[in-house]
Design a protein around this ligand. Structure first.
Ligand code: PBG
Length: 324
């Protein structure tokens, strides 16, 4: 026998000991479930790149939300799939009170007053150019975009949003939205800021789900370079100064260091978005029999929480709730 007084394996001998020393635990309350909304009725549309995630028409979406609420998932981030003929270069459909998205928000809140809704503020689902901002001569205009974002956020607050969630990465949008909301007596509507959003290949399946891929170029003049973390601190600090209530890092798994850095530097709650591509990779490998999808799901989500996320947007939310 070796003279080894210190043996870390003593603490791993059985499941009960392992659970006693477990440092991080996932709870149902940690999750926000993104949802895709389709036009029509009785629609449950397959999204080929996202196994088990569907676009639901409002009637079936309410049933899906009911299932989730019963499982203990009570926070949602809905996104609309807008038909091409309603898209234009100034995204006017984004604040049409009778449009698909705002109709869905008010119906959800009417049927489930206890759920919490985070509504997306960005032009891409409604923009014929597919960008998050207004395009002019190949440029994404910042300040002109803010005006549309303000109308969109206000319309969402009127429809019943609990938090507006700007995912557009325009400069100054958090402060702009805070002012618009306050001037209209929506002091209690919060802002979940997509503060640190990288220009990422992992958004591919989401753009399939919404048919929202940019019609030209990429999003690198507004979304961040994956190489940078000091810039992440700067973006987060600005959003905090402008009045954000929650700051977010997106994607999650390739940016765990950034989540940790925000957690160490700021006192606001931190959200992380475990995006569509992160979900699709695990599902695809599981379907091929190349890894155990359920275990990979758990390991991914616990790592995001361990890095410092207080809440996680994830397409796994409903599935993991069944295991917790
Ligand atoms: C765009 C938006 C994107 C996602 C959420 N909002 C994609 C993009 O920036 O092109 C991606 C979410 C995901 O991949 O799950 N405002």
């Amino acid at each position: 026998m070796q003279n080894l007084p210190i043996r870390p394996r003593r603490n791993r001998q059985n499941a009960t000991i392992r659970s006693l020393i477990e440092e991080t635990t996932l709870h149902k309350k940690d999750f926000i479930f993104p949802l895709f909304i389709a036009e029509g009725t009785n629609q449950k549309q397959i999204i080929p790149s996202m196994t088990n995630i569907f676009r639901f028409s409002i009637d079936l979406l309410l049933e899906e939300i009911n299932d989730c609420m019963r499982l203990g998932i009570k926070a949602f981030a809905p996104f609309p799939n807008i038909s091409e003929n309603l898209k234009n270069s100034t995204a006017t459909e984004s604040y049409n009170p009778n449009g698909l998205f705002l109709e869905a928000i008010s119906q959800i809140k009417k049927n489930f007053p206890d759920c919490v809704l985070f509504t997306d503020v960005a032009l891409d689902p409604y923009n014929s150019d597919g960008h998050d901002g207004i395009v002019h001569n190949g440029q994404i205009l910042n300040d002109e975009t803010l005006e549309v974002l303000g109308k969109m956020a206000l319309a969402q607050a009127r429809a019943g949003a609990d938090f507006v969630a700007p995912s557009d990465m325009m400069d100054g949008r958090v402060g702009y939205l805070r002012t618009v909301l306050d001037q209209n007596n929506f002091q209690n509507v919060g802002i979940l800021a997509y503060s640190v959003k990288y220009a990422s290949a992992f958004y591919g399946p989401f753009r399939d789900a919404l048919a929202s891929a940019p019609k030209f170029g990429d999003k690198k003049t507004y979304q961040m370079n994956p190489a940078n973390t000091r810039e992440a601190l700067r973006e987060a600090q600005l959003d905090i100064n402008e009045g954000a209530d929650i700051i977010m890092v997106k994607p999650a798994l390739p940016y765990l260091d950034v989540i940790k850095s925000l957690k160490d530097n700021f006192s606001l709650p931190i959200a992380a978005y475990n995006v569509s591509g992160e979900y699709a990779m695990i599902k695809a490998a599981d379907e091929k029999g190349w890894l155990d999808g359920e275990k990979a799901m758990y390991e991914s989500l616990i790592s995001i929480k361990r890095a410092g996320a207080d809440m996680i947007l994830s397409y796994f939310a409903k599935e993991i709730a069944g295991h917790l």
